[in-house]
Design a binder for this molecule. Structure first.
Ligand code: OOG
Ligand code: NI
Length: 461
């Protein structure tokens, strides 16, 4: 029998093999990531593993896919459900600053700590929003709906095996093998010729709309390894002649703790594709749809921590607009140094980030009563805090990542009112609850605090 987590780990590994065969620069990215991780481990020892064991980090990947309809999204949810992955978080990429992409998204991932530790594979999954009139007029929407209704992304055999794996939480060896084969195939690039005129019609609205609704299949559009020192990785990739986008997105490099998520990518490379022209001929063209990305993960922040991050980002935008010549990284570093606590201890005490707490073995044992608040318990050495790693995504960075395979700007009619989509709508479309990432982190922190309170004989800490 193959358990869910083994299926998940095998799926991530096979997807990685497939992507490496098809997108060679990805292999370079994985090689350089491994190199950088091994060096970080040698240089920093146990400290390098505070946010995940080296085993976890080396195998860690996230992918991204895009689908066209709620029905397709529900099928995706069944496939990932088989792998023990649930929808977490709602991202509206239509509204993000600096880009206009007609999708809303969630991420499928394991949610329990033990499952994350075994294999944290996650897939950022986007759903096209044809009902948003800023992007699609009624005629185009109707054509799109017809085109999407007529395609089949996942064979029934794959979905049946997925349902069985989800219900039984494992599959016999032969079925597991078949499931993995079909699942990897479903996310490979299809050789089927693309209707050139239709693809270009959608491309005028958005390259993402064309990538989703202009073809009769879906495909993985990037796969992302995790690295312990993303600045070093960026230098080495550039040194190997791979042209990266010009920044690392997310928080700046600074002297305080790593928070949230930092990501960078290389632009999609042109890949040969068969195109069908209006007169029925099949010609060979080239499309840029698959790219590579790498990320470094930091500590998960609370809503209060996230509000601070968003405020600093807004301030940074203002400052860079006022001083076009200035180095954005330097400005960001200065802002962070001024506003963000520089130690884990202080982040925990001010409830800006999530930690698990445990009673310190070397706590005072002079018979005195422990204080009651987290800040005092930490200060007086009664408890220790271990950071909880951020397992999710950042909409602003995601919007930047989408740009990695877009050539044109696309178009959006801002005079019109956008269609409303939110987390509840997405839950309805999925037929499964989209989980709140903050609630997941908070629960883990809370469970550890309850344990501390019991051990120290406190009421509720
Ligand atoms: C997804 C982009 C989002 C990330 O790491 O933020 C993403 C896409 O391009 O479909 O993967
Ligand atoms: Ni990504």
């Amino acid at each position: 029998m193959i358990s869910q987590w083994q299926l998940r780990a095998a799926f991530a590994a096979r997807l990685s093999d497939m992507y490496g065969r098809e997108v060679p620069a990805y292999t370079t990215l994985v090689d350089v990531s491994r190199e950088v991780n091994e060096e970080a481990l040698r240089a920093r020892g146990a400290d390098a593993e505070r946010l995940g064991s080296i085993g976890r980090v080396t195998a860690e990947r996230h992918g991204a896919i895009r689908v066209g309809t709620p029905a397709e999204l529900r099928q995706v949810a069944r496939i990932f459900g088989a792998l023990g992955m649930r929808p977490v978080g709602f991202y509206d990429l239509r509204e993000t600053k600096g880009s206009a992409v007609p999708v809303v998204s969630t991420a499928f991932r394991p949610v329990d700590h033990d499952e994350l530790a075994r294999n944290p594979f996650r897939v950022f999954t986007s759903l096209l929003t044809p009902a948003d009139p800023r992007f699609f007029d009624a005629g185009l929407r109707a054509r799109l709906d017809r085109f999407l209704a007529d395609r089949e992304l996942f064979p029934p055999e794959l979905l049946a095996l997925a349902d069985r794996a989800e219900a039984e939480r494992e599959l016999p060896d032969a079925e597991a093998e078949r499931f993995l084969q079909l699942a990897v195939e479903a996310f490979a690039l299809s050789p089927e010729p693309i209707d050139k005129a239709w693809y270009e019609t959608l491309e005028r609205v958005s390259g993402v709309a064309a990538d989703i609704g202009g073809v009769r299949s879906t495909h993985l559009n990037h796969l992302t390894p995790r690295v312990l020192d993303i600045d070093e990785l960026y230098r080495r990739m550039t040194g190997r002649g791979i042209e990266m986008i010009d920044t690392i997105q997310g928080p700046p490099r600074w002297k305080g703790p790593d928070l949230l998520l930092r990501q960078t990518s290389f632009r999609a490379l042109a890949e040969p594709r068969a195109l069908r022209t209006p007169d029925g001929r099949v010609t060979s063209g080239a499309l840029r749809v698959r790219f590579g990305e790498v990320e470094a993960r930091g500590i998960a922040v609370t809503r209060k921590g996230r509000a601070l991050y968003d405020r600093l980002l807004a301030l940074l935008d203002e400052q860079t607009a006022l001083r076009p010549g200035a180095d954005r990284g330097e400005l960001a570093r200065a802002l962070w140094t001024e506003h963000v606590p520089g130690s884990e201890h202080e982040l925990a005490a001010r409830a800006l980030a999530y930690f698990t707490f445990r009673v310190a073995p070397e706590r005072p044992r002079d018979g005195g009563r422990p204080p009651t608040g987290i800040a005092d318990l930490l200060r007086d050495g009664w408890i220790r805090a271990e950071p909880i790693v951020y397992e999710d995504f950042l909409p602003r960075s995601a919007a930047g990542i989408f740009q990695s395979n877009l050539s044109g700007e696309g178009s959006r009619d801002n005079a019109k009112e956008g269609a409303a989509y939110d987390s509840a709508w997405l839950s309805g479309a999925l037929g499964r609850e989209v989980l709140d990432p903050y609630a997941l982190y908070a629960r883990r922190q809370h469970v550890s605090l309850a344990q501390v309170a019991r051990e120290l004989g406190l009421g509720d800490a």
